[in-house]
Design a protein around this ligand. Structure first.
Ligand SMILES: C[S@@+](CC[C@H](N)C(=O)[O-])C[C@H]1O[C@@H](n2cnc3c(N)ncnc32)[C@H](O)[C@@H]1O
Length: 252
């Protein structure tokens, strides 16, 4: 775990810091699609790189909003032919401020859907995620927990006797540091080691050539396909930000 501080300082060196407006409280409505707007407190990176909102997280929020309607959250998205994802339990990895899981939590709350959404990150980010849950008053839908990639899964997330406990996995901007790639891969493998494994929706900003090592390895066990059918695909592409769906194709 101590290694994260290495990761964190390396990340600070390798990625430009966000402008100062990424400090304090802001309202995010994603072009009016989310009402009431999501309130996010950012600490400017004080608690690690996750203390601010990243563009890949914004992409994933926009996708969730665009693919949902009065029939339900993600009802307009079919990840496989004729199949719709149940959303009883959703897990977000590397949530940072909690942005994506909180956006989903708001959507579920106002559609009266009783999904349980876990937003997770390293210990240092848990207080910030909790603060943002309270800010949006979605304690009933969203729970903040620590989840270090590569560590054994807590029983609430670990598949039980081959049955999945999580229906959908979200990950925004989690592929950014080579040392963490095997840890993230292990967690994804552990979470999907079951019958009918959960789909992973992963948004990603391309920064370094080494990122391809993560995708090369993950493709040994997952079918990775890029999702392009969303409204602002071209704008995100210009910022080298992509959305992938990962479906487990092997057993661990
Ligand atoms: C670039 S930030 C993205 C934050 C957020 N998902 C977003 O899009 O705004 C990457 C996140 O991954 C988390 N992370 C990095 N290494 C981790 C590890 N080993 N275990 C758990 N989380 C980790 C960081 O703490 C950080 O919150």
């Amino acid at each position: 775990m101590e290694d994260f501080f290495d990761f964190s300082s390396q990340l600070m060196e390798l990625t430009p810091s966000r402008p100062v407006e990424h400090l304090g409280d802001s309202d995010l409505s994603f072009g009016g699609k989310l009402q009431p707007a999501l309130k996010i407190h950012e600490d400017g990176g004080e608690s690690g790189c996750g203390g601010k909102v990243w563009i890949a997280g914004e992409l994933l929020c926009e996708f969730l909003l665009e693919k949902s309607d009065s029939n339900g959250v993600l009802s307009k998205w079919q990840h496989e032919k004729d199949s719709q994802i149940p959303l009883q339990t959703v897990l977000e990895l590397g949530s940072g401020t909690g942005l994506v899981g909180l956006c989903l939590g708001m959507m579920c709350k106002f559609r009266c859907e009783d999904s349980q959404i876990y937003i997770t990150d390293i210990d240092q980010l848990v207080p910030l995620m909790e603060r943002n849950i309270e800010l949006n008053k979605i304690q009933n839908n969203v729970i903040a927990k620590k989840l270090w990639w590569g560590e054994p899964l807590e029983s609430v997330f670990a598949p039980k006797e081959g049955i999945r406990t999580v229906d959908l996995i979200l990950a925004a901007d989690c592929v950014y540091l080579e040392k963490a790639f095997p840890l993230l891969e292990k967690t994804l493998l552990d979470l999907t080691d079951c019958e009918q494994p959960p789909v992973v929706l992963m948004s990603y900003k391309k920064r370094r050539k080494a990122d391809k090592n993560f995708f090369r390895n993950i493709k040994k066990n997952f079918l990775v396909s890029e999702i392009k059918d969303f409204a602002r695909y071209d704008q995100y592409l210009k910022q080298r930000t992509h959305l992938f769906q990962l479906i487990r194709i092997t057993k661990a």
